[in-house]
Write a protein that binds this ligand. Structure first.
Ligand SMILES: [Fe+2]
Length: 255
């Protein structure tokens, strides 16, 4: 099974640059690359910060670009997104509580996206409603392997600046408890940090992926900086014998 993870396209007003990059061109290049190399993907997920400014224009651009994507796609939100503006453009993508969450069946596997956007905060949160939704979905998927995607990493990745605004600890603990109880969450992957990383957290296989727009510098000190690195996306291979996340780099926009 092949699941492509795009993240953090940070779309903005037409022509506006973000972190020195053209976000629309970044996402368009990623989509063209997926269509060329991975038209056979079972699913594409985009793990939030779909927009940089939460504007209606940015979501209109997203809708237009996604129309070209060949595999099916599922979306969730990040801290830069605006839930009402997103849902005005993509009505019907909210679960009963109004959050942008979904569970998709791919054969015997279930792919779950959860919405960690907490309005007005850079860090993420899972309120009771979202945790209840996740608990119910995991109960439905009790006999299935699960791949879980969200914007804010619940785990630290050892970089002080991004770690300071990850999923807040209470939400991360609750998430870990639900995953442990289910017992078949085979991988969890996040966005938000605009960097590739992989490891283990609370017994789970975890990763983060590059942005399709601008990247975060690999700084092991408590400050944030962007990096002149190429954008990219993740390719999650989920098979009975192994879970593998490949980190694909797109051509550097400057090259
Ligand atoms: Fe982001």
């Amino acid at each position: 099974m092949k699941i492509i993870q795009l993240s953090d396209p940070h779309l903005a007003q037409p022509g506006q640059r973000v972190g020195g990059r053209d976000p629309e061109a970044g996402l368009a290049r990623a989509i063209a690359d997926i269509n060329l190399r991975h038209a056979d993907a079972d699913l594409v997920v985009i793990s939030g910060d779909l927009s940089d400014d939460g504007s209606p224009e940015s979501y209109a651009t997203l809708e237009r670009l996604l129309a070209a994507l060949l595999p099916p796609v599922r979306l969730t939100l990040g801290n830069h997104d605006d839930r009402p503006a997103f849902l005005a453009r993509f009505p019907g993508l909210a679960c009963d509580s109004g959050h942008v969450q979904s569970m998709t069946a791919l054969g015997e596997t279930r792919v779950i996206l959860i919405d960690t956007l907490e309005e007005g905060e850079v860090g993420g949160r899972l309120c009771e409603k979202r945790l209840d939704w996740l608990e119910a979905r995991l109960a439905e998927a009790a006999a299935s392997d699960v791949a879980l995607f969200l914007h804010h990493p619940p785990m630290p990745i050892g970089l002080p600046a991004p770690d300071a605004c990850r999923l807040e600890p209470g939400s991360a603990e609750a998430l870990a408890r639900l995953c442990a109880r289910h017992g078949r969450v085979r991988h969890l992957s996040a966005g938000h940090v605009h960097r590739p990383s992989a490891g283990q957290w609370q017994g789970l296989s975890v990763s983060t992926v590059r942005s399709t727009c601008q990247q975060t510098a690999l700084l092991f000190e408590n400050r944030f900086a962007t990096a002149d690195e190429a954008p990219g996306y993740g390719i999650l291979l989920l098979d009975p014998e192994a879970v593998t996340m490949h980190f694909h780099q797109l051509p550097h926009p400057g090259s």
